[in-house]
Design a protein around this ligand. Structure first.
Ligand code: HEM
Length: 219
């Protein structure tokens, strides 16, 4: 019965072709360092899922942000666990993406024909840091407030466009409700959209080109 249903769906959706193209590919003999991209993907999905759960109780306003986090930690069943995974997952994701970038650099995997895989990777790296920076403000505690004050001030020292960048990030000269709303929106909509687009292109290229071999002595 299950077989018949699968066959019916396969004829209409081409599931076998999708499976063969996406998952049943030949890979050269590689090592554990080549699993860091998949680990980054796993962590991104985990951050997405735990983040969606956090938005159920989190309120992005200066009056309620701090209290809503306290409520998630102490009042919501397993809230501490969801927040804990999201908190530590963020750090782990930055480390994993960075290690993955070092691996591809070390093995020169950015060379022809994988230049675009590298370039979409650069977007992913910057966007991952952006997620960390925007997420850090959301608990709206002392550490978050002052870290963002300093972080945005650093952006303000960029020659020529510094003041403009600082105003765009803060939504005014100082940190306010506008800053929190902006960071929240960047954190849950804009940057994830960029990451999803970049990952789609990144994965398309990996499936299309296959992964590189470990360079030999004569390469
Ligand atoms: C969210 C971030 C990222 C995800 C989910 C991701 C995912 C992946 C996956 C699954 C692979 C397949 C092979 C492997 O794991 O090594 C891969 C390969 C690759 N990635 Fe990433 N990646 C990310 C970030 C980056 C960054 C930051 C760079 C560099 C700036 C980069 C450059 C590359 C290159 C050049 C390859 C081809 C490797 C080869 O063919 O040996 N990626 N990526």
């Amino acid at each position: 019965m299950a077989n018949k249903i699968m066959q019916w769906l396969d004829e209409r959706l081409g599931l076998t072709t999708i499976y063969n193209t996406v998952l049943d590919r030949k890979v050269p003999k590689v090592n554990w360092w080549f699993t860091l991209g998949s680990a980054s993907l796993f962590l991104f999905v985990l951050q997405g899922i735990t983040g969606i759960f956090l938005t159920v109780y989190y309120v992005p306003s200066p009056d309620h942000a701090y209290d809503s986090i306290q409520f998630i930690m102490n009042g919501v069943s397993f809230g501490w666990l969801i927040r804990g995974i999201h908190h530590w997952g963020a750090t782990l994701m930055v480390l994993t993406v960075f290690a993955h970038m070092l691996r591809t650099f070390y093995f020169a995997a950015y060379k022809y024909p994988r230049e675009l895989t590298w370039l979409t990777g650069v977007v992913l790296f910057l966007a991952t840091l952006g997620m960390g920076f925007t997420g850090y403000l959301l608990p709206w505690n002392q550490k978050a407030y002052w870290a963002t004050t300093v972080g945005t001030q650093i952006a303000g020292t960029i020659p020529f466009i510094g003041e403009f960048t600082l105003n765009v990030l803060r939504g005014g000269p100082g940190l306010s409700a506008v800053t929190l709303a902006r960071f929240f929106s960047l954190h849950i909509w804009f940057i994830p959209a960029v990451i999803i687009l970049a990952i789609s292109i990144h994965m398309y290229l990996i499936i299309r080109l296959g992964i590189s071999m470990i360079p030999g002595k004569d390469d």
